[in-house]
Design a protein around this ligand. Structure first.
Ligand code: AP5
Ligand code: MG
Length: 215
């Protein structure tokens, strides 16, 4: 089953995608993670996108569609989880075409509905393990007192993202409402949309997504 997790910054897309990878053997395709990897490894593309991402704007459709095209080519899996892609109508059309050309179908789009006030709190409290990408939150999922990642055991390697500040978050939210939220109507019209309450606890959201997938 191939699915999209759709929601604003901080909705919990990455957190839930990682759970689906662990429990359902699916493959997470996060364009945000791919772009951050390119930035950290200093590739030409990484240099181009670094400032755009730090400001909270979207990088070009051409770049992200290219990244997804590369990842889809020939890969067979129990299912892809598209996390943070598509983010524009053009990306959504391109994904439909790419899936068809790989003989795959897109089965479900899960909108994680949250409100803006919760997002500021979540985003400014987030950190991730630099080694395995496990997501933490100062309030809801703190880094263990011994400083070891609960997932991979790496010690004291936690990072905060350059775009996790109130100013960039405003730009990211604006980009979501202007460029990405039209996808809700787009997939609703295709009868593919399911909505979950992203404000519930991480466990409850896991349960709602599981029920949507199995229902
Ligand atoms: P991207 O990396 O995709 O970031 P985003 O969409 O802004 O979303 P986040 O990763 O910030 O949030 P999330 O929903 O994954 O939440 P998380 O699970 O971490 O994109 C970054 C940038 O890359 C973009 O701004 C753009 O520049 C570029 N980009 C990427 N894709 C692109 C594309 N397709 N086109 C163009 N540009 C693109 O959770 C957040 C926090 O909340 C964590 O601390 C977590 O522990 C906590 N939390 C999660 N769930 C809950 C819960 N239920 N209750 C309480 N706390 C929770
Ligand atoms: Mg994420």
């Amino acid at each position: 089953m191939n699915i999209i997790l759709l929601g604003p910054p901080g909705a919990g897309k990455g957190t839930q995608a990682r759970h689906l990878v662990e429990t359902r053997n699916m493959v997470q395709l996060s364009t945000g993670d791919m772009l951050r990897e390119a930035k950290d490894s200093g590739t030409e593309m990484g240099k181009i996108v670094a400032d755009v991402m730090a400001r909270g704007e979207l990088v070009t459709d051409e770049i992200v569609i290219g990244l997804i095209r590369e990842k889809l080519a020939g890969e067979k899996t129990e299912g892809f989880i598209f996390d943070g892609f598509p983010r524009t109508l053009e990306q959504a059309d391109a994904l439909g075409e790419l899936m068809a050309s790989e003989g795959e179908t897109l089965d479900m789009v899960i909108e994680m509905r949250v409100d803006d006030a919760a997002l500021v709190e979540r985003i400014t409290a987030r950190s991730t393990c630099g080694s395995c990408g496990e997501v933490y939150n100062d309030k809801t999922k703190p880094i263990p007192a011994d400083g070891k990642c609960t997932n991979c055991g790496k010690e004291n390697d936690f990072k905060r993202r350059a775009d996790d500040n109130e100013e960039s978050l405003k730009t990211r939210l604006m980009a979501y409402y202007k460029q990405t939220s039209p996808l809700i109507g787009y997939y609703y019209a295709k009868d593919m949309l399911k909505v979950v309450d992203g404000l519930a606890s991480i466990d409850k959201v896991q349960g709602s997504i599981g029920a949507a997938l199995d229902g």
